[in-house]
Design a protein around this ligand. Structure first.
Ligand SMILES: O=C(O)c1ccccc1N[C@@H]1O[C@H](COP(=O)(O)O)[C@@H](O)[C@H]1O
Length: 207
């Protein structure tokens, strides 16, 4: 199971969260987000995969950041087309496409992305593009029959542990933790993350 912690900004907090058992760390390159991080922090993690989060960014903006931050993945939360995802993949970067799910029919959109994404991320619909702190009805995911593995996202917090331990799906690959583990926007509670990630991995898969 992959555990991604998203919305990181500050060097010291990045160092702390790197020690929590997280596998991936996300950095938001979207100016509309309270977690937007403009320049490269003084410290970038070495033992986790780095994910850049974008909303309708241009190919050149993404390419620049991938190179400057040595990103391993890009996570796309806007109206990026399958062709755009394919073009990004062809540059050698791995692609995570986010989908907001209100009803099972929203899963139909994923079909045209299957061949050009490495992961999907299923999130809660909101007025913005993500980071709502709200969860969605996971029952919708019983209708997901695609092959592409997915991360479960949207409002996950310490109290979500029991529900996550009960959840199951053959394509479920991981979880994305964000505003539910913050002391302030972009500042994560490393102790809460350590406890949660330990319990999740121990109880769920004994990893
Ligand atoms: O966190 C943000 O501000 C954000 C802004 C724009 C796009 C994505 C964003 N975050 C992603 O949203 C989901 C859910 O976050 P939350 O748990 O509901 O706070 C997560 O994948 C973040 O990567």
């Amino acid at each position: 199971m992959i555990v991604k912690v998203c919305g990181m900004r500050e060097a010291e907090n990045i160092r702390q969260v790197e020690q929590t058992g997280a596998d991936w760390m996300g950095f938001i390159d979207y100016e509309g987000s309270p977690r937007y991080v403009a320049g490269v922090p003084e410290y970038l993690p070495e033992s986790v995969q780095k994910v850049g989060v974008f909303v309708n960014a241009s190919l050149s903006q993404i390419r620049e950041r991938v190179a400057a931050w040595q990103l391993d993945y890009i996570q796309l939360h806007g109206k990026e087309s399958p062709e755009f995802c394919r073009e990004m993949q062809q540059t050698g970067i791995r692609v995570i496409k986010a989908f907001a799910l209100r009803t099972p029919d929203d899963l139909l959109t994923t079909e045209s992305y299957a061949a050009c994404c490495d992961y999907f991320l299923f999130d809660t619909p909101c007025n913005g593009y993500g980071g709502s702190g709200k969860s969605f009805d996971w029952e919708i995911l019983t209708h997901y029959q695609g092959e592409t593995p997915f991360l479960l996202s949207g409002g996950l917090k310490p109290e979500s542990l029991d529900a996550l331990l009960k959840f199951s799906h053959s394509r479920w690959a991981g979880i994305d933790l964000n505003s539910g583990f913050e002391q302030a926007p972009g500042l994560k509670d490393a102790a809460a993350l350590s406890d949660f990630i330990y319990s999740f991995k121990q109880n769920k898969y004994n990893l």
